[in-house]
Write a protein that binds this ligand. Structure first.
Ligand SMILES: [Zn+2]
Length: 279
């Protein structure tokens, strides 16, 4: 088995959002308690204080960003390489790498932990979709508009390989390396195939596979995050890891045809495929 990264991908972020939502929506933010401002971008406390004493109307997701929406605007959080968030009682003392807390009117706190500090906590104002970190993002893979026709139309002049194409956040967000490898195996497409050399039918199949693998991972509680704060899905995480078809399985036999799975490096990323099943 190859190394499974701890980096939170779209499924872990969506699982986090779903776990946080019932605790935070409808409550107001009492105060922010920020112990470390040096994240990927310095935390601008003055701006973020605008969510204090405001009701959280919703908690949404765009790509791998979690958006905390209030009447005065939106605060945006990214988990970076090693971040996680959890709900705690307000008197639980912070541990190492617990960089900030959002105190809520229900006496709970949302606590952000990030050993490597590549995450961020930024003010995104009243039109978060225009914020520079998310304004360029492509479609959400789980939304209706993301279909094979969309990929096919966009691919017409793209000479890049299909794996890089679907991992491009300007095309579609949240298809990380594991999911790209798995979706290409499931749809029988060779990762090195040129994006403009794939027909509409195959793109329909690929879009379907991307949706189903992300949905399955969300249902399982996310694939990659070992120290995930919401433990209800933990046993199932292990199950999902075992159910990966090609990722990290170089040297093993393809479950479908028995051919040995190969590993190559494509655009700098570990790429796993079956040369018989994927053309
Ligand atoms: Zn095979």
């Amino acid at each position: 088995m190859g190394t499974i990264t701890n980096m939170p991908e779209l499924p872990e972020v969506e699982v986090t959002r779903r776990a946080l939502a019932p605790h935070i929506e409808g409550n107001s933010v009492e105060k922010l308690d920020i112990r470390e401002t040096r994240l990927r971008w310095p935390i601008k406390i003055g701006l973020l204080r605008r969510i204090e004493h405001k009701t959280v109307t919703s908690i949404t997701r765009r790509g791998k960003y979690i958006l905390i929406n209030t009447s005065s605007g939106t605060a945006m959080i990214h988990l970076g390489m090693s971040g996680s968030m959890g709900i705690f009682d307000q008197f639980v003392p912070p541990k190492k790498h617990d960089h900030f807390d959002i105190h809520l009117s229900n006496k709970k706190i949302i606590r952000f932990n990030d050993p490597r500090r590549f995450g961020c906590f930024v003010w995104a104002g009243k039109q978060p979709e225009k914020h520079k970190l998310i304004c360029h993002l492509g479609l959400e893979p789980l939304e209706k508009d993301f279909r094979g026709e969309y990929l096919y139309q966009l691919s017409k002049h793209r000479k890049t390989n299909i794996k890089a194409f679907i991992m491009n956040a300007r095309v579609v967000v949240g298809v990380g390396n594991i999911y790209a490898n798995e979706a290409l195996f499931l749809s029988g497409i060779h990762p090195k195939r040129r994006a403009n050399n794939i027909g509409q039918k195959r793109y329909q199949n690929l879009a379907h596979c991307i949706k189903s693998i992300l949905t399955k991972s969300i249902e399982m509680g996310g694939t990659t995050l070992r120290n995930f704060s919401f433990t209800y899905g933990k046993e199932k995480i292990g199950y999902f890891k075992q159910s990966l078809f090609v990722y990290g399985r170089d040297g093993e036999e393809c479950g479908s045809c028995g051919t040995v799975i190969r590993r190559i490096v494509l655009s700098g990323r570990g790429t796993f495929y079956c040369r018989k099943c994927q053309q």
